[in-house]
Ligand binder design. Structure first.
Ligand code: SF4
Length: 388
């Protein structure tokens, strides 16, 4: 473990407002601003094949062969997100999250298609009921772009698409008939790719279930496709009898370009409560300065960092995964050096066993009335326990 403070924070990437028009150079130079700002145009024009990726990124021959063999997880990158990547830099922390790597072909013995062991807990179409008081509700298999470390790669982009009306009714019936459920986490895929009327109707139905206390939605759309955050969608996400919390997946401060920050502001101004979810990824955010700046940038964008997930052992993801020791060391470098509000919970997720929060151990020894502790500067202190 290290008691080093993070080195001074890195400057936030500062894309200009021109970032909301197509980049002046490169493959999208002739795209009209009205198309670039149209989320449906962005989805239609995602980079998916080796040839399409090669229009923007450098694709080495071995990666082209890997892509053309077609064995890997689905590939799609919105032009907007691609435009934030450094196309000629294989170490770009944004490209590394969405651009396939031949290392994906190497599957370790402990890696799993279902690393969280969710499938045995499927109770109804789209419903995973693992914890006593809450369910996961997978409403679509579609995302704006596909993350190479996706925990639900076995389900995402599987062609299942969104739940049909009969399946959705069966899922809602399960929630209605299970009064121990307090909280529904709507995920996928990305729920914000449902049409706004469909999402609105789903949230209306859920809000009418009397034993539910709040709803949560997990999304990466504000980062991959900020133009999707329009007035109709913000209205659909409004609080009802119960609040709706939106947890935005963001891994690096450079993802928070101006159009993304504007989209988050539209959500916050519309009364949507925002939390942040970050996955710890090798070569993306596995240094204390990058994590610190990412969490500060999220808070500045009105998103409260909530979870730092240890990267799950999904098949072919070893090149993106750190060790838990490294994760704890990073947390030790953040705690005390970073506003408490900007330090999320670091969690591992057991296969079938649920989440375990991990926290560096600051207690060296506990005598009857005295705690021997190490503070954030690495100094040893004693704390007298005045309980009696
Ligand atoms: S946005 Fe979420 S569900 Fe979609 S590919 Fe990325 S991690 Fe998986």
């Amino acid at each position: 473990m290290s008691d080093r403070a993070p080195t001074p924070v890195l400057p936030l990437a500062s894309p200009s407002s021109a970032a909301f028009a197509a980049p002046a150079g490169g493959v999208w130079r002739d795209v009209a601003a009205s198309d670039w700002q149209d989320w449906r145009w962005q989805l239609r024009n995602r980079l998916r094949t080796a040839d399409e990726l090669a229009q923007h990124f450098v694709i080495p021959p071995e990666l082209r062969a890997f892509l053309e063999a077609g064995h890997g997880f689905e590939v799609a990158i919105t032009p907007f997100f691609a435009s934030l990547c450094r196309p000629f830099d294989p170490t770009c922390p944004l490209a590394r999250q969405v651009l396939p790597d031949v290392a994906e072909a190497t599957v370790r013995s402990f890696e799993r298609a279902d690393p969280l062991g969710e499938d045995p807990y499927r109770k109804a179409p789209g419903i995973v009921h693992k914890y006593p008081d809450r369910v996961l509700f997978l409403v679509t298999d579609t995302c704006a772009a596909y993350c190479r470390y996706c925990t639900r790669a076995r389900w995402v982009a599987s062609g299942a698409d969104s739940l049909g009306s009969a399946e959705q009714e069966a899922a809602l019936a399960y929630i209605e008939q299970t009064p121990t459920i307090r909280d529904v986490l709507i995920s996928g895929g990305d729920p914000l790719l449902l049409s706004s009327p469909k999402l609105n109707a789903l949230l209306d139905r859920l809000a009418q279930i009397p034993h539910l206390r709040f709803l949560r939605i997990g999304t990466r759309v504000p980062v991959f496709l900020p133009m999707r955050i329009d007035a109709e969608l913000v209205h659909a996400l409004r609080p009802r009898r119960i609040p709706v919390y939106l947890n935005v997946h963001c891994n690096h401060f450079a993802e928070l370009a101006e159009p993304v920050r504007d989209a988050l502001a539209r959500l916050a101004d519309g009364g949507v409560s925002l939390g942040g979810q970050t996955v710890l990824l090798r070569g993306v955010n596995d240094t204390a300065p990058v994590l610190q700046e990412t969490f500060y940038a999220l808070l500045s964008a009105r998103v409260r960092p909530y979870y730092l997930f240890h990267c799950d052992p999904i098949r072919g993801s070893a090149h993106l995964r750190t060790s838990v020791d490294e994760g704890l060391d990073l947390m030790r470098q953040l705690i005390g050096h970073t506003s408490g509000m900007a330090v999320p919970k670091y969690v591992i997720d057991l296969e079938g066993g649920g989440k375990i929060p991990l926290w560096p151990d600051f207690v060296e020894q506990m005598d009857r009335n005295v705690l021997h502790v190490t503070n954030f500067r690495g100094e040893r202190w004693q704390y007298v326990n005045h309980a009696d």
